[in-house]
Design a protein around this ligand. Structure first.
Ligand SMILES: Cc1cc2nc3c(=O)[nH]c(=O)nc-3n(C[C@H](O)[C@H](O)[C@H](O)COP(=O)(O)O)c2cc1C
Length: 308
Protein backbone atom coordinates (compact mmCIF):
# COMPACT_ATOMS: atom_id res chain seq x y z
CA UNK A 1 0.00 0.00 0.00
CA UNK A 2 1.40 3.43 -0.92
CA UNK A 3 1.34 6.14 1.70
CA UNK A 4 -1.39 8.73 1.18
CA UNK A 5 -0.93 12.49 1.29
CA UNK A 6 -2.45 14.01 4.42
CA UNK A 7 -0.95 17.50 3.98
CA UNK A 8 -3.18 20.54 3.49
CA UNK A 9 -2.54 23.90 1.86
CA UNK A 10 -4.82 26.63 3.22
CA UNK A 11 -3.25 29.31 1.03
CA UNK A 12 -1.01 32.36 1.64
CA UNK A 13 1.81 30.42 3.28
CA UNK A 14 -0.29 28.19 5.52
CA UNK A 15 0.87 24.74 4.41
CA UNK A 16 0.43 22.05 7.05
CA UNK A 17 1.77 18.48 7.14
CA UNK A 18 -1.63 17.29 8.37
CA UNK A 19 -5.09 18.77 9.01
CA UNK A 20 -5.16 18.64 12.84
CA UNK A 21 -4.61 21.79 14.92
CA UNK A 22 -5.35 22.77 18.49
CA UNK A 23 -8.17 25.25 19.27
CA UNK A 24 -7.41 28.62 20.80
CA UNK A 25 -7.73 28.92 24.57
CA UNK A 26 -7.59 25.19 25.21
CA UNK A 27 -3.86 24.61 24.65
CA UNK A 28 -2.30 27.67 26.37
CA UNK A 29 0.87 28.71 24.56
CA UNK A 30 1.89 25.13 23.81
CA UNK A 31 4.26 24.79 26.77
CA UNK A 32 1.93 22.83 29.06
CA UNK A 33 1.12 20.15 26.46
CA UNK A 34 4.70 19.75 25.27
CA UNK A 35 5.31 17.63 28.39
CA UNK A 36 2.87 15.07 26.98
CA UNK A 37 3.93 14.87 23.31
CA UNK A 38 5.95 16.51 20.54
CA UNK A 39 3.61 19.34 19.55
CA UNK A 40 5.35 19.80 16.19
CA UNK A 41 3.63 16.58 15.06
CA UNK A 42 0.35 18.50 14.81
CA UNK A 43 -0.63 20.43 11.70
CA UNK A 44 -0.42 23.64 13.72
CA UNK A 45 -0.70 24.97 17.25
CA UNK A 46 -3.27 27.74 17.71
CA UNK A 47 -2.45 29.72 20.85
CA UNK A 48 -4.67 31.56 23.34
CA UNK A 49 -6.09 34.85 22.00
CA UNK A 50 -3.71 37.80 22.27
CA UNK A 51 -4.72 41.44 22.81
CA UNK A 52 -2.59 44.60 22.65
CA UNK A 53 -2.24 44.86 26.44
CA UNK A 54 -2.39 42.08 29.09
CA UNK A 55 -5.95 41.32 30.32
CA UNK A 56 -7.08 39.96 33.68
CA UNK A 57 -10.28 38.35 32.42
CA UNK A 58 -13.57 37.78 34.25
CA UNK A 59 -14.18 37.07 37.97
CA UNK A 60 -14.43 33.40 39.05
CA UNK A 61 -16.02 30.92 38.70
CA UNK A 62 -14.92 30.84 35.08
CA UNK A 63 -15.84 27.32 34.02
CA UNK A 64 -18.68 24.94 34.77
CA UNK A 65 -19.38 21.48 33.43
CA UNK A 66 -22.71 21.09 31.56
CA UNK A 67 -24.39 18.07 29.92
CA UNK A 68 -21.92 16.87 27.24
CA UNK A 69 -19.90 20.05 27.42
CA UNK A 70 -18.74 23.03 29.43
CA UNK A 71 -19.40 26.73 29.77
CA UNK A 72 -16.50 29.18 30.12
CA UNK A 73 -16.29 32.87 30.80
CA UNK A 74 -12.55 33.39 30.82
CA UNK A 75 -13.11 36.89 29.49
CA UNK A 76 -10.17 37.21 27.12
CA UNK A 77 -7.49 36.81 29.82
CA UNK A 78 -4.03 36.79 28.22
CA UNK A 79 -0.45 38.02 28.63
CA UNK A 80 -0.67 40.72 25.93
CA UNK A 81 1.25 40.87 22.66
CA UNK A 82 4.66 42.05 23.94
CA UNK A 83 5.00 39.33 26.62
CA UNK A 84 3.71 36.75 24.14
CA UNK A 85 6.44 37.74 21.67
CA UNK A 86 9.28 37.93 24.24
CA UNK A 87 8.36 35.05 26.59
CA UNK A 88 6.17 32.58 24.67
CA UNK A 89 7.29 32.70 21.03
CA UNK A 90 10.94 31.57 21.61
CA UNK A 91 9.72 28.29 23.14
CA UNK A 92 7.21 27.72 20.34
CA UNK A 93 9.87 28.46 17.70
CA UNK A 94 12.24 25.96 19.34
CA UNK A 95 9.67 23.17 19.17
CA UNK A 96 9.44 23.57 15.38
CA UNK A 97 5.62 23.75 15.63
CA UNK A 98 3.69 25.77 13.08
CA UNK A 99 2.18 28.62 15.06
CA UNK A 100 -1.16 30.33 14.48
CA UNK A 101 -1.86 33.27 16.77
CA UNK A 102 -5.45 33.98 17.78
CA UNK A 103 -6.08 37.74 17.89
CA UNK A 104 -8.52 39.56 20.20
CA UNK A 105 -9.62 43.18 20.42
CA UNK A 106 -12.33 45.49 21.65
CA UNK A 107 -11.96 47.95 18.77
CA UNK A 108 -10.82 47.84 15.16
CA UNK A 109 -7.76 49.83 16.23
CA UNK A 110 -6.76 47.26 18.86
CA UNK A 111 -7.05 44.31 16.43
CA UNK A 112 -5.02 46.31 13.88
CA UNK A 113 -2.27 47.08 16.43
CA UNK A 114 -1.93 43.40 17.32
CA UNK A 115 -1.94 42.19 13.68
CA UNK A 116 0.57 44.85 12.61
CA UNK A 117 2.92 43.86 15.46
CA UNK A 118 2.59 40.11 14.83
CA UNK A 119 3.12 40.64 11.11
CA UNK A 120 6.82 41.25 11.90
CA UNK A 121 7.28 38.18 14.14
CA UNK A 122 9.20 35.20 12.72
CA UNK A 123 7.60 31.82 13.20
CA UNK A 124 4.01 33.11 13.20
CA UNK A 125 2.47 31.46 10.13
CA UNK A 126 -1.04 32.83 10.40
CA UNK A 127 -3.32 35.09 12.40
CA UNK A 128 -6.69 33.72 13.47
CA UNK A 129 -9.00 36.68 14.12
CA UNK A 130 -11.54 36.02 16.86
CA UNK A 131 -14.53 38.12 15.80
CA UNK A 132 -16.65 36.93 18.76
CA UNK A 133 -15.33 39.88 20.80
CA UNK A 134 -17.63 42.79 21.68
CA UNK A 135 -16.95 46.09 19.88
CA UNK A 136 -17.01 48.70 22.65
CA UNK A 137 -17.58 51.52 20.16
CA UNK A 138 -20.73 49.81 18.84
CA UNK A 139 -22.33 49.32 22.26
CA UNK A 140 -20.73 45.91 22.82
CA UNK A 141 -22.21 44.08 19.81
CA UNK A 142 -19.90 41.26 18.69
CA UNK A 143 -17.99 41.93 15.44
CA UNK A 144 -19.08 38.52 14.24
CA UNK A 145 -22.80 39.25 14.52
CA UNK A 146 -23.05 41.81 11.73
CA UNK A 147 -21.71 41.49 8.18
CA UNK A 148 -20.76 45.18 8.01
CA UNK A 149 -18.78 45.07 11.30
CA UNK A 150 -17.01 41.81 10.41
CA UNK A 151 -16.15 42.92 6.87
CA UNK A 152 -15.04 46.40 8.03
CA UNK A 153 -12.64 44.81 10.52
CA UNK A 154 -11.16 42.33 8.05
CA UNK A 155 -10.64 45.07 5.41
CA UNK A 156 -8.52 47.06 7.88
CA UNK A 157 -6.52 43.98 8.96
CA UNK A 158 -5.85 43.01 5.34
CA UNK A 159 -4.08 46.39 4.97
CA UNK A 160 -1.74 45.85 7.95
CA UNK A 161 -0.58 42.25 7.41
CA UNK A 162 0.60 39.98 4.63
CA UNK A 163 0.32 36.93 6.87
CA UNK A 164 -2.45 34.40 6.34
CA UNK A 165 -5.68 35.81 7.83
CA UNK A 166 -8.01 33.12 9.17
CA UNK A 167 -11.25 34.63 10.44
CA UNK A 168 -12.89 32.71 13.29
CA UNK A 169 -16.64 32.95 12.95
CA UNK A 170 -19.15 33.28 15.76
CA UNK A 171 -22.15 30.93 15.80
CA UNK A 172 -24.08 33.62 17.71
CA UNK A 173 -25.37 35.32 14.58
CA UNK A 174 -28.37 34.97 12.29
CA UNK A 175 -26.65 33.86 9.11
CA UNK A 176 -23.13 32.46 9.45
CA UNK A 177 -22.83 31.83 5.71
CA UNK A 178 -23.56 35.53 5.06
CA UNK A 179 -20.82 36.58 7.51
CA UNK A 180 -18.42 34.09 5.87
CA UNK A 181 -19.10 35.59 2.43
CA UNK A 182 -18.62 39.11 3.80
CA UNK A 183 -15.20 38.35 5.33
CA UNK A 184 -14.11 36.43 2.21
CA UNK A 185 -14.88 39.50 0.11
CA UNK A 186 -13.02 41.71 2.62
CA UNK A 187 -9.81 39.69 2.16
CA UNK A 188 -9.86 36.71 4.54
CA UNK A 189 -7.69 33.77 3.38
CA UNK A 190 -9.72 31.17 5.31
CA UNK A 191 -12.46 30.91 7.93
CA UNK A 192 -12.57 28.77 11.06
CA UNK A 193 -15.79 27.84 12.83
CA UNK A 194 -17.33 27.58 15.30
CA UNK A 195 -16.48 29.59 18.37
CA UNK A 196 -18.52 28.85 21.50
CA UNK A 197 -22.30 29.27 21.68
CA UNK A 198 -23.46 31.74 24.34
CA UNK A 199 -25.19 30.04 27.26
CA UNK A 200 -25.76 30.23 31.01
CA UNK A 201 -26.38 28.18 34.18
CA UNK A 202 -28.27 29.32 37.30
CA UNK A 203 -27.86 28.12 40.88
CA UNK A 204 -31.47 27.77 42.09
CA UNK A 205 -30.48 27.98 45.78
CA UNK A 206 -28.90 31.41 45.46
CA UNK A 207 -30.75 32.38 42.23
CA UNK A 208 -27.39 33.61 41.00
CA UNK A 209 -25.66 32.84 37.73
CA UNK A 210 -23.11 30.06 38.23
CA UNK A 211 -20.44 31.91 36.23
CA UNK A 212 -18.77 35.08 37.47
CA UNK A 213 -19.24 36.56 34.01
CA UNK A 214 -23.02 35.73 34.18
CA UNK A 215 -23.06 34.19 30.67
CA UNK A 216 -20.40 32.03 29.04
CA UNK A 217 -19.46 30.08 25.93
CA UNK A 218 -20.67 26.51 25.48
CA UNK A 219 -18.18 24.04 23.98
CA UNK A 220 -17.63 20.30 23.73
CA UNK A 221 -19.69 17.42 22.26
CA UNK A 222 -22.98 19.29 22.95
CA UNK A 223 -22.22 21.75 20.13
CA UNK A 224 -20.86 19.27 17.54
CA UNK A 225 -24.04 18.85 15.46
CA UNK A 226 -24.49 22.64 15.32
CA UNK A 227 -20.86 23.13 14.30
CA UNK A 228 -21.10 20.44 11.63
CA UNK A 229 -24.25 22.01 10.15
CA UNK A 230 -22.57 25.43 10.06
CA UNK A 231 -19.42 24.05 8.38
CA UNK A 232 -21.67 22.42 5.77
CA UNK A 233 -23.45 25.75 5.12
CA UNK A 234 -20.29 27.86 5.03
CA UNK A 235 -18.45 25.39 2.75
CA UNK A 236 -21.22 25.81 0.18
CA UNK A 237 -21.14 29.63 0.50
CA UNK A 238 -17.42 30.48 0.07
CA UNK A 239 -14.41 29.52 -2.07
CA UNK A 240 -11.74 30.01 0.62
CA UNK A 241 -10.78 27.03 2.83
CA UNK A 242 -12.88 26.24 5.89
CA UNK A 243 -11.42 25.01 9.19
CA UNK A 244 -13.94 23.10 11.32
CA UNK A 245 -14.21 22.75 15.07
CA UNK A 246 -16.68 22.24 17.86
CA UNK A 247 -16.89 19.12 19.99
CA UNK A 248 -14.37 16.98 18.11
CA UNK A 249 -13.33 14.22 20.53
CA UNK A 250 -12.35 11.36 18.18
CA UNK A 251 -10.94 10.77 14.71
CA UNK A 252 -14.41 9.87 13.48
CA UNK A 253 -15.69 13.34 14.37
CA UNK A 254 -12.81 14.96 12.48
CA UNK A 255 -13.71 12.84 9.43
CA UNK A 256 -17.30 14.12 9.65
CA UNK A 257 -16.03 17.72 9.51
CA UNK A 258 -13.80 16.95 6.49
CA UNK A 259 -16.70 15.33 4.65
CA UNK A 260 -18.88 18.38 5.46
CA UNK A 261 -16.27 20.65 3.83
CA UNK A 262 -13.54 21.44 6.37
CA UNK A 263 -10.00 21.34 4.94
CA UNK A 264 -8.62 21.10 8.49
CA UNK A 265 -9.93 20.74 12.04
CA UNK A 266 -9.16 22.06 15.50
CA UNK A 267 -9.42 20.18 18.79
CA UNK A 268 -10.46 22.19 21.88
CA UNK A 269 -12.42 20.98 24.91
CA UNK A 270 -11.33 17.35 24.29
CA UNK A 271 -7.83 18.27 25.54
CA UNK A 272 -9.28 19.02 29.00
CA UNK A 273 -10.27 15.38 29.46
CA UNK A 274 -7.30 13.98 27.52
CA UNK A 275 -4.23 16.14 26.84
CA UNK A 276 -3.27 13.69 24.07
CA UNK A 277 -6.60 14.18 22.24
CA UNK A 278 -5.19 16.19 19.27
CA UNK A 279 -2.56 13.50 18.66
CA UNK A 280 -5.10 10.70 19.07
CA UNK A 281 -7.42 12.37 16.55
CA UNK A 282 -4.50 12.82 14.12
CA UNK A 283 -3.44 9.18 14.41
CA UNK A 284 -6.91 7.80 13.90
CA UNK A 285 -7.60 10.17 10.98
CA UNK A 286 -4.32 9.17 9.31
CA UNK A 287 -5.07 5.49 9.84
CA UNK A 288 -8.49 5.86 8.19
CA UNK A 289 -7.10 7.76 5.18
CA UNK A 290 -4.29 5.23 4.78
CA UNK A 291 -6.66 2.28 5.03
CA UNK A 292 -9.08 3.79 2.49
CA UNK A 293 -6.17 5.03 0.32
CA UNK A 294 -7.76 8.47 0.08
CA UNK A 295 -5.95 11.80 0.58
CA UNK A 296 -7.24 14.37 3.07
CA UNK A 297 -7.97 16.74 0.16
CA UNK A 298 -10.12 14.19 -1.67
CA UNK A 299 -12.34 13.75 1.39
CA UNK A 300 -13.01 17.50 1.84
CA UNK A 301 -16.62 18.34 0.93
CA UNK A 302 -17.30 14.80 -0.31
CA UNK A 303 -20.70 14.74 1.44
CA UNK A 304 -23.14 12.63 -0.49
CA UNK A 305 -26.63 14.14 -0.48
CA UNK A 306 -28.06 11.49 -2.77
CA UNK A 307 -30.17 9.05 -0.70
CA UNK A 308 -30.14 6.28 -3.36
C1 LIG B 1 -11.52 27.72 28.16
C2 LIG B 1 -11.71 28.17 26.74
C3 LIG B 1 -11.03 29.31 26.28
C4 LIG B 1 -11.19 29.75 24.95
N1 LIG B 1 -10.49 30.85 24.49
C5 LIG B 1 -10.62 31.24 23.19
C6 LIG B 1 -9.86 32.35 22.67
O1 LIG B 1 -9.05 32.97 23.36
N2 LIG B 1 -10.07 32.69 21.37
C7 LIG B 1 -10.94 32.01 20.55
O2 LIG B 1 -11.08 32.37 19.38
N3 LIG B 1 -11.63 30.94 21.01
C8 LIG B 1 -11.49 30.55 22.30
N4 LIG B 1 -12.19 29.45 22.76
C9 LIG B 1 -13.09 28.71 21.83
C10 LIG B 1 -12.43 27.46 21.28
O3 LIG B 1 -11.25 27.76 20.57
C11 LIG B 1 -13.41 26.68 20.35
O4 LIG B 1 -13.82 27.53 19.30
C12 LIG B 1 -14.65 26.17 21.07
O5 LIG B 1 -14.35 25.75 22.38
C13 LIG B 1 -15.33 25.03 20.31
O6 LIG B 1 -14.48 23.93 20.13
P1 LIG B 1 -14.43 22.65 21.16
O7 LIG B 1 -15.85 22.23 21.37
O8 LIG B 1 -13.57 21.65 20.48
O9 LIG B 1 -13.82 23.19 22.43
C14 LIG B 1 -12.05 29.02 24.07
C15 LIG B 1 -12.72 27.86 24.55
C16 LIG B 1 -12.55 27.43 25.85
C17 LIG B 1 -13.28 26.18 26.32
Amino acid sequence: MSSVDISVDLGRGLRLPNPVMTASGTFGYGEEASGYFDISRLGAVVVKGISAEPRQGNPPPRVVETPSGMLNSIGLQNVGMEIFISDKMPFLRDTGARVVVNVLGSSVEEYARVCERLDRVDGVLALEVNISCPNVKEGGVQFGMKESLAAGLVKVLREVTDKHLMVKLSPNCGDIAGIARAVEEAGADSVSLINTITGMEIDIRTRRPVLGGVVGGLSGPAIRPVALRMVHEVFRAVKIPVVGLGGIMEGEHALQFLIAGASAVQIGTATFTDPLAPLRVLESLSEYLQEKQISARELVGSLCLDRN
